[in-house]
Ligand binder design. Structure first.
Ligand SMILES: Cc1cc2nc3c(=O)[nH]c(=O)nc-3n(C[C@H](O)[C@H](O)[C@H](O)COP(=O)(O)OP(=O)(O)OC[C@H]3O[C@@H](n4cnc5c(N)ncnc54)[C@H](O)[C@@H]3O)c2cc1C
Length: 508
């Protein structure tokens, strides 16, 4: 029997024993769900009696992970992602989790034989030259022949090999870093749409060390990004072919029926107390070092440790009583709002080849949309036979006003942008709009120091973790979850329950 279930049986359902470690996890996005997964596994492995509760304010699990499947158009449904559509495999933690929970056979590679990204230049899509890795050219000929950058800009980028490295360990903006090493045009054409686009960030505020520490490491270690990338890439290829399982070959992968499969599999496998529609309002300290969580609707819950995986602003509200010194730092983590609109077309009605993964748009182009993914080229199983699916990104700091448009106006703007950018004048057969308000944390310069200060201001038994802090991508969230689960099990001991039972309903 699962040791957790055995413990629960021993404890007689809702009753507690003082030797049982009780943990409350606030937020049921990927971070909260993976914290629970690793707590269960590691507690079982180390013989710790554990009971945990995940409290999710909304009526659904997964937070930013949300997939809509729309059937009725043929052999397969449309698989439409509202949030993440894939995750990076180079950072191994999300991929490992997917395998641990039994989804190895569901992994869907991107169609890398069709991998090509276009960058808008003076209103026209231009392919990113082969061998350019985010911002670093690693192959000479395609780079020299590409019309994406002017000849002086290419020369300036080549000089990167001779620019002395910065080795003081200090943070700087992505904009300052790229201007310093590769020049202003590389910032405008490559770094801004690609490096800042991923984070929905502003290059002039975005922290290099919090978002692309590898570039600083390459600069420090090899004296040049170009040299460092060439050397480390060769080594990476060798490692990768040695470690390859023959199935997961792509840099980004998804799951066959969409990213929500991850959430479904996790919630199926977790054996703790999982509660939806359970928003936490406040956390207070009880005698004996325990915490009490005050839920919407008068309910209360006691725990030895509380792990908060909500956005930072929500964490600030919860921690006013128990960690007032952390609140200012939490509130200083800025968020922007973004949205996506997915549009489906009949394949025979469009005259665009969709010969790549999509189009990224530099801020300086002044468009009303930020990027377009050609979803059904990037992945199989996203549209039924005979149809195609696109996803358009809008909002963020570039165009915050786009978040306020109503559905009809938004659709009309997006259609006019598709017409101008891709010559696509066809009416979509369906579309779906998702607005994510205050959803994208901004890692401004100094972010890691701020996070360090927040963590130092938390009392024993209280943790904040997830996309607001040490990485927004799904692999980073899973990694942080695993680390947090370990820290809890290593440092927190169960406390005797408070003498007076105040909970109206406690545990499951
Ligand atoms: C449009 C979009 C596209 C993205 N694309 C990618 C991608 O392709 N690849 C990738 O790796 N990453 C991507 N990301 C980033 C990634 O999806 C997120 O960083 C990640 O899902 C965040 O997970 P989380 O669990 O930390 O936070 P969340 O998913 O935000 O979960 C936090 C949860 O806390 C709950 N909550 C808040 N307050 C309370 C409270 N008081 N009490 C109880 N519960 C509360 C919320 O309801 C929410 O469910 C994307 C994000 C967006 C918005």
């Amino acid at each position: 029997m699962n040791p957790l279930a055995a413990d629960r049986e021993k404890a007689g359902g809702a009753e507690r024993t003082s030797a049982t470690l009780r943990v409350a996890i606030v937020g049921g996005g990927i971070t909260g769900l993976s914290v629970a997964w690793y707590l269960e596994r590691e507690a079982a492995a180390s013989g710790v009696a554990l009971r945990y509760t995940i409290l999710e304010r909304s009526p659904r699990w997964g937070g930013k992970i949300r997939t809509e499947r729309i059937a009725g158009f043929g052999d397969e449904p449309f698989v439409i992602e509202a949030g993440p559509d894939s995750f990076l495999t180079q950072k191994p933690w999300a991929l490992r989790l997917v395998r641990e929970i039994g989804l190895a056979d569901r992994i869907l590679n991107t169609n890398d034989h069709l991998r090509r990204v276009f960058v808008l230049r003076r209103g026209k899509p231009v392919p990113l030259p082969d061998g350019v890795l985010l911002i670093v050219p690693t192959r000479i000929l395609p780079f020299v022949l590409s019309p994406l950058l002017s000849p002086p800009a290419k020369l300036r980028m080549g000089l990167e090999l001779f620019i002395p490295p910065r080795r003081d360990g200090e943070d700087e903006t992505v904009a300052d870093f790229v201007r310093r090493r590769l020049g202003a045009e590389a910032l405008d054409r490559l770094a801004e749409p690609l490096m800042s686009g991923i984070y929905n960030a502003e290059a002039e505020r975005q922290s290099l060390l919090a978002t692309f520490p590898r570039f600083r490491a390459l600069e420090e270690q090899f004296g040049s990004l170009i040299r460092g990338m060439l050397i480390s890439r060769r080594a990476h290829r060798r490692r990768r072919s040695a470690a390859s399982d023959g199935k997961t070959s792509a840099m980004f992968v998804s799951l066959r029926a969409g990213m929500y499969e991850l959430v479904e599999a996790l919630t199926d496998r977790l054996s703790g107390d999982l509660r939806l529609n359970a928003g936490v309002e406040r956390i207070v300290r009880r005698r004996g070092g325990r915490y009490e969580l005050l839920l919407d609707g008068e309910e209360r819950l006691e725990a030895d440790a509380v792990i908060i995986t909500t956005p930072a602003c929500a964490a600030a509200d919860l921690l006013q009583d128990v960690a007032p010194l952390a609140v200012e730092g939490l509130r200083a983590i800025r968020y922007v709002s973004t949205g996506t609109i997915s549009l489906a077309f009949r394949a025979d009605e469009i005259n665009h080849p969709l010969d790549g993964f999509g189009l990224v748009i530099p801020r300086s182009e002044g468009r009303r949309v930020n990027a377009i993914t050609w979803t059904s080229t990037k992945f199989d199983h996203r549209a039924p036979e005979g149809y195609v699916l696109l996803r358009v990104f809008f909002g963020g700091s570039r165009r915050p006003e786009m978040m306020e448009k109503d559905d009809d106006e938004l659709l009309s703007i997006v259609r006019s942008e598709l017409s101008e950018l891709m010559g696509l004048d066809t009416r979509p057969i369906l579309h779906r709009i998702y607005r994510w308000r205050r959803a994208n944390p901004q890692y401004d310069v100094g972010h890691l120091e701020r996070v360090g200060a927040i963590e130092a201001a938390l009392p024993s038994g209280v943790y904040v973790t997830g996309s607001a802090y040490r990485g927004v991508g799904l692999p980073d969230c899973v990694y942080q979850a695993q680390q947090t689960a370990r820290r809890v099990l290593e440092t927190i001991r169960p406390q005797a329950p408070a003498p007076i039972q105040v909970s109206t309903q406690d545990g499951g």
